[in-house]
Design a protein around this ligand. Structure first.
Ligand code: CO8
Length: 258
């Protein structure tokens, strides 16, 4: 792949978008490769968590490629938006936790990409924003849907309608970033978080994600029933037996993902 790379460190995979000349802006090739990268890892049982980041010191992703957007007609606008939405949805529904390591600008489609991840760690120099309305468009990769769920309606509307950038510190205050760390510690801190997550029972991680996201689209009663079913299902796993036995024996659990 030309713009997207995958590296591994134990049970953590890191996917890096590298199109630094354009601040990692998302053109159709980048989006396509991003989809391929997550597809490659999806069925890999040895992966317990994924980090998604942007190469270079300046940007996570500075948005969709404005040069490409400028040539859109109504039909290609819909197809470009859907292509991104599908890939971003494959990240949101990825069966292991995905953490965005945001080391600079996360603007427009880049902010939307971070929103599609399950968690976000930001460096102190990171900037988040949805500048689309200043370009005569709206967020088109799920940002109008996901941002309000994460930061609440009022704050989501403020960001969407002003188009203004916010600092990493402000992003943490409103729950958009889960943590803020110095730039030089970004990858180390995120890897530590990902490794901690990946040391937990893999099936429990997947079902926790499924239950939380399913609840966003269902009634309370339905969601509670779904949660109970998944809870019951976990009683059939050897990882549940191992987790509890390890606690009783005061030792570290050795999970197998079964
Ligand atoms: N698209 C294309 N090129 C970009 C983008 C982008 N989003 N962002 C930066 N670049 C390019 C610049 O044009 C420049 O290229 P060149 O050197 O060839 O001129 C290079 O990256 C470096 O950028 P700058 O020189 O501008 O760097 P600065 O440090 O001066 O500024 C900024 C950094 C503030 C991030 C500035 O580059 C900027 O404002 N970028 C655009 C940010 C933006 O508006 N993003 C939102 C784009 S719209 C969007 O994401 C819509 C998503 C939904 C789409 C749905 C599908 C239809």
């Amino acid at each position: 792949m030309s713009y997207v790379g995958i590296t591994r460190d134990g049970r953590v995979a890191t996917i890096t978008i590298d199109r630094q000349k354009k601040l990692n802006a998302l053109n159709p090739e980048v989006i396509d490769e991003l989809g391929q990268a997550f597809e490659t890892l999806r069925s890999d049982e040895d992966i317990g968590a994924v980090i998604l980041t942007g190469a270079g010191e300046k940007a996570f992703v500075a948005g969709a490629d404005i040069g490409v957007l400028a040539t859109m007609d109504p039909m290609s606008g819909v197809s470009v938006s859907r292509q991104g939405q599908e890939v971003f949805r494959s990240i949101e529904t990825f069966p292991r936790p995905v953490i965005a390591a945001v080391g600079g600008y996360a603007l427009g489609g880049g902010c939307e990409l971070a929103l599609a991840c399950h968690l976000r760690v930001a460096s102190e120099n990171a900037r988040f924003g949805l500048p689309e309305v200043g370009l005569g468009i709206i967020p088109g990769y799920g940002g109008t849907v996901r941002l309000a769920r994460i930061v609440g309606l009022g704050r989501a509307l403020e960001l969407t309608l002003t188009g203004e950038m916010i600092t990493a510190e402000r992003a943490a205050e409103i729950g958009l970033a889960n943590a803020v760390v110095p730039r030089e510690q970004l990858m180390e801190h995120t890897l530590k978080m990902a490794s901690k997550i990946a040391s937990n029972a893999p099936v429990a991680l997947s079902l926790a994600l499924e239950s939380v996201y399913q609840a966003l689209d269902s009634s309370t009663a339905e969601s509670m029933r779904f949660e109970s079913s998944l809870f019951g299902l976990l009683a059939s796993t050897s990882d549940m037996k191992e987790g509890m036995q390890a606690f009783i024996e005061k030792r570290k659990a050795e999970f197998t993902g079964s």
